[in-house]
Design a protein. Structure first.
Length: 134
């Protein structure tokens, strides 16, 4: 990922690891989602609103390269790679001490309050393209 749109730093909590002290694999998606939601909030976009809908994930993909352990300081980087009519493609990387720990992508779809896909409005598209592609 050449230019991340948003960087989210955290420390891997003990509760996110298994008995060996290694982070349990699905937790990377929680960290990535926290970075995505933080970006949406600081950009003035709603993550979810019962009256307006939200951005559920319809696809996720991750390659694990190095383990994360209890207490590791990590940085999650997310970027928008494409904005379609109703879907947004994102890329992410998780770094620890300058080394890539995991990378992947996910797709979110803009849905209305009825849970059905809806077109991404022009102002939201502009924010995602301007802010999201670094």
């Amino acid at each position: 990922m050449d230019s991340p749109l948003h960087r989210h730093r955290l420390i891997v909590p003990f509760g996110d690891t298994d008995a060996s002290g290694w982070m349990h694999f699905p937790n990377v998606f929680r960290y990535v989602e926290a970075a995505e939601h933080e970006f949406l909030r600081v950009s003035g976009l709603l993550v979810f609103d019962r009256g307006q809908g939200g951005w559920p994930k319809v696809h996720v993909d991750c390659d694990y390269k190095r383990p994360l352990l209890t207490g590791d300081e990590i940085e999650v980087q997310v970027a928008v790679s494409r904005v379609g009519a109703a879907a947004v493609n994102w890329a992410f990387e998780v770094w620890k001490a300058g080394e890539l720990s995991s990378s992947g992508s996910f797709v979110t779809v803009r849905v209305g309050p009825d849970g059905r896909p809806m077109e991404i409005d022009e102002s939201t598209r502009t924010i995602l393209l301007r802010e999201g592609q670094g």
